[in-house]
Design a binder for this molecule. Structure first.
Ligand SMILES: Cc1cc2nc3c(=O)[nH]c(=O)nc-3n(C[C@H](O)[C@H](O)[C@H](O)COP(=O)(O)OP(=O)(O)OC[C@H]3O[C@@H](n4cnc5c(N)ncnc54)[C@H](O)[C@@H]3O)c2cc1C
Length: 421
């Protein structure tokens, strides 16, 4: 490889490609190189959003993220608001459309459109893209960096670490980036899988496999505020998946990591408490006394799920509403809004859509995401301790943090000129 560059970007995923494009646009004439260990770049973009790439969301706030300081997250998001993301992709020829929950997808419904547009723009701008260049070491040396990448060493003035997290390691993001960050003086908030399906103990979920319905899940970890999410839950042969299960998975993992006792509860009548559900059952008992309990519950949640709950409680579903004793009515109402799910584990990094943990935000400057440990190094994307919920938030973090880094690089190399954007 040509062995020098002004800016070397380590990791050519969402954040790395966006950083390369923004930096090359803002600093024409500067050489920008992207090194990636994978044979082909963008595997994660291609598999994202079920192959359709949920690029961002119409409303993105710091509350959609976990991890480090909400204030830093807020400032980074503010630097590249969603309308600018939409405009950016439009410039690349990728028009977006909105789906439920504000999710924005390319109109083609193909993630490949997104990847090809980004690679095309990077090429047009003269960014040098080097696949099969897995970086194994980054060393500060005489005011520059020496980067070991299998076939040789590249010298660069600035390095941007965009190596992602550890989820779906076969896409190339296997956690080596964390080690590189540590070698450059950073610490790590211990990583765990996030946005990952959960495995349940026992067998009772198995025959519910394939059923999806609206549920609120609560993760209650000892001495922690309960974490809640509402959305579609999908029962599977191993346990639970669907957006709501993925969204709470990080809390379960963080609690286990901290060795806290943790319980996961489901509210199958989201938005209602036990008293409201009991009142509904009571009203039904008076208007339809001959209705059977399992038919009454089937108005609130899928019949097979209702039957499974009644079985587990040992209450016959054929009980007539008029004959349902008060204590059973109360028991059923409580069970429907606070059903413990015996989570044993998650499906791990191989099935996780994100990683929680990473390089602490306290170790980077808010304004340009420059390393406080290693001058000249910047970090963007999932390698940082930020993880978003399902809905396009993780990509928005990648684009926004890439923009922040690119504008900081402009300031660093042209100190007399105001930053663009
Ligand atoms: C199945 C799945 C579906 C998803 N769907 C969505 C979605 O629809 N919307 C959304 O917002 N988010 C989604 N995500 C999350 C999103 O893909 C990530 O948050 C995002 O890709 C992170 O971007 P990144 O650039 O930081 O890291 P990555 O995209 O993971 O890119 C990191 C890159 O660094 C390279 N690399 C790693 N280590 C090295 C090294 N040592 N040397 C050289 N190169 C290296 C890797 O090969 C990779 O190309 C999904 C994730 C998965 C797994």
């Amino acid at each position: 490889m040509t062995n020098t560059a002004d800016i070397a970007i380590v990791g050519g995923g969402a954040a790395g490609l966006a950083t390369a494009i923004f930096a090359a646009r803002l600093m024409p004439g500067r050489s920008v190189v992207v090194l990636d260990g994978a044979r082909k770049l963008g595997a994660k973009i291609l598999i994202s959003g079920g192959g359709r790439c949920n690029i961002t969301n119409v409303v993105v706030t710091a509350a959609d993220y976990c991890g480090g300081s909400p204030n830093v997250i807020k400032q980074v998001l503010a630097a590249l608001p969603v309308d600018r993301t939409v405009a950016f992709f439009k410039e690349l020829g990728v028009e977006l459309y909105e789906e439920e929950h504000g999710k924005l997808f390319p109109k083609t419904n193909r993630a490949r459109t997104v990847l090809e547009a980004m690679l095309g723009e990077a090429n047009r701008l003269g960014v040098r893209i080097l696949p099969e260049h897995r970086v194994t070491g980054i060393r500060p040396h005489a005011g520059r960096f020496e980067i070991d990448a299998g076939t040789g060493t590249l010298s660069a003035e600035k390095v941007v670490l965009t190596t992602g997290g550890q989820s779906f390691p076969k896409t190339g993001s296997d956690g080596l980036g964390y080690r590189l960050a540590e070698e450059l003086g950073h610490t790590l908030v211990p990583p765990t899988p996030a946005l990952v399906p959960l495995i349940l103990d026992g067998e009772s979920h198995v025959h519910l496999s394939g059923i999806a319905h609206d549920v609120e899940l609560t993760v209650q970890a000892a001495e922690r505020k309960p974490a809640r999410a509402r959305g579609a839950l999908l029962w599977t042969h191993f346990g639970i998946s669907g957006p709501v299960a993925l969204d709470v998975s990080r809390y379960w993992h963080r609690a286990c990591l901290e060795k806290r006792e943790v319980t996961v509860f489901a509210n199958f009548v989201p938005g209602e408490d036990a008293a409201a559900v009991e009142a509904r059952l009571l009203a039904l008992a008076s208007t339809q006394p001959r209705a059977q309990l399992h038919n009454a519950l089937a108005r609130l949640l899928p019949a097979r799920v209702a039957d499974a709950l009644l079985d587990a409680m040992g209450i016959p579903g054929t009980t007539l509403m008029a004959h349902l004793p008060k204590e059973f009515r109360r028991k059923v109402a409580t069970a429907l809004v606070r059903w413990p799910l015996p989570v044993r584990d998650s499906r791990g990094y191989a099935h996780a859509e994100a990683t929680s943990g990473g390089v602490p935000l306290a170790e980077v400057e808010t304004r340009g995401l420059g390393s406080r440990k290693c001058p000249g190094l910047h970090l963007a994307g999932e390698v940082l301790d930020v993880d978003g919920r399902i809905g396009g938030f993780n990509f928005q973090w990648a684009w926004a943090s890439a923009w922040v880094v690119a504008t900081a690089l402009v300031r660093a190399v042209k100190p007399d000129e105001p930053a663009a954007g």
